[in-house]
Design a protein around this ligand. Sequence first.
Ligand code: ADP
Ligand code: MG
Length: 327
Amino acid sequence: DLGTANTIIIYNDKVVVDEPSIVAIQRDTQKIMAVGKRAMMMHGKTHENIKTIRPLRDGVIADFQAAEYMLREMIKMINFHNSIFPPALKMVICIPSGITEVEERAVKDSAEQAGAKEVRLIHEPMAAAIGMGIDVESPEGCMVVDIGGGTTEIAVISLGGIVANKSIKVAGDDLNADIVEYMGRMHNLRIDEPTAERIKMQVGSALPELEDAPEDYMVIGPNKVTALPMQVPVSYQEIAHCLEKSIAKIENAILQALEATPPELYADIVKRGIYLTGGGAQLHGLSKRLTDKITIPFHVAEDPLHAVARGTGVALKNVNNFGFLIR
Ligand code: ADP
Ligand code: MG
């Protein structure tokens, strides 16, 4: 699962690589210094000769070379039992549904460079649905909403195909950006993305009233004007307020997707509920808010950060039966 925020590799049914999708590069030589967690630790702390790159932005590959290198290094992280050389691998890679043919080719090429013998691609929403245990080949329609780092993907699936698909560039990264902006504006506190991400994990909320309310989160940083250190307690209510606009955009996109859904499938979706996955599905109060507003029950995947990867793993076992895999 080559995600905007995280890349996950399943090998022999097990998650063997689970790393943030980021690389650190030495500027002058263009040499790669680190990928994944090690590169993440450098994020926001680099000097002029090191830069960190997230090769995927907004759900598409923004930096080909970095993406290829990242994929190759992550495949190297797999511990291939008792073999010195990696075996000739059969691979299924999941790709964002908005990807172009040129980009598809690039993903396949880098996988082949990395040692893959046979490569198939699968569209993300399809993998997500399979990962949540849905029988995608059945004629009964279902809707999947995947809130990742760069994009929210909404898809209606039936008979092994994607019937309707909507993608918006509002997802986890935007919520972080909202928090950075809010902390500066409301508290005069200057923070970076990693701190915003921590705030979101602790006190991020889609509702101003939560049943199991998290405690205030203490944020430390420089005052925007005086540069003196500040400590600010942040409540989930204020973060709910700060995230409101972005959450409303996600909500509207789901409504638009429902509007574009053929009535027979719509009826199936109302009956089954809507499946919510991706890291963003874990935001406090989100599934409750969507259920209340849209009046269709939302089910959160058991393991939202891994559903797509698991579905990709199932697809690998069925390469010969799943007609929707891309050669
Ligand atoms: P992608 O598929 O784009 O790599 P993921 O499905 O891995 O994305 O989800 C990553 C996103 O989920 C990030 O933006 C991250 O901040 C967000 N996220 C992870 N856990 C939580 C949480 N508990 N609350 C809110 N957002 C979360
Ligand atoms: Mg994803």
